[in-house]
Design a protein around this ligand. Structure first.
Ligand code: COA
Length: 144
């Protein structure tokens, strides 16, 4: 498995990953194009045997003094092999501020466990953040 920068050429496989990993919240096509093209977005893919099997993106918002991880996903059949954690490490390296935030569904205990083990703490809850009314947990890591 290797971690490589993602580009617009990865749009097709990214769409597949989104649908497989976020059945309720898959981003629309325009958002996927944006995340693969906007400047100042750190975006990486995990590739095994030539197949894109995971993706992460994050961006630094200097005005807010923090960075946000926008998405992280690994195809179901490749999970629990450390790929999500490796993607997180790579993305964090490229984020140029000490505070990093992300949000995650309250009931997504697997992802929350990963983030807590990487030093993210619970800082807020956004009620009814998701389209289906689900709440989001906001987590933050401070690397100072
Ligand atoms: C969250 C996600 C990216 C994790 O990817 P992954 O490659 O399986 O993660 P890792 O193998 O690096 O897991 C690292 C640790 O996180 C924790 N973890 C990950 N998934 C877990 C699960 N389903 N249940 C419990 N703990 C879990 C474990 O502590 C794990 O370490 P271990 O396997 O040694 O016990 C993946 O499950 C996924 O794509 N889920 C769907 C999309 C999603 O929810 N993304 C996050 C949205 S904020």
């Amino acid at each position: 498995m290797e971690i490589l920068p993602a580009t617009l050429r990865d749009l097709g496989p990214l769409r597949h990953i989104e649908r497989a990993c976020f059945p309720r919240d898959a981003w629309p096509l325009l958002d996927l194009i944006a995340v693969l093209t906007w400047p100042d977005v750190a975006r990486f893919k995990a590739v095994e045997d030539g197949r894109m099997i995971g993706f992460i993106a994050g961006d630094t918002r200097r005005m807010e003094g923090m960075a946000w991880i926008a998405t992280v996903a690994v195809l179901p059949e490749y999970r629990r092999r450390g790929i999500g954690r490796t993607l997180l490490h790579e993305c964090e390296k490229w984020l140029a501020v000490s505070r990093i935030r992300l949000c995650v569904r309250m009931e997504n205990t697997g992802a929350i466990q990963l983030y807590e083990s990487e030093g993210y703490q619970r800082v807020d809850i956004w009620r009814q953040y998701y389209n289906d009314g689900g709440d989001a947990l906001v987590m933050e890591k401070n690397r100072d």
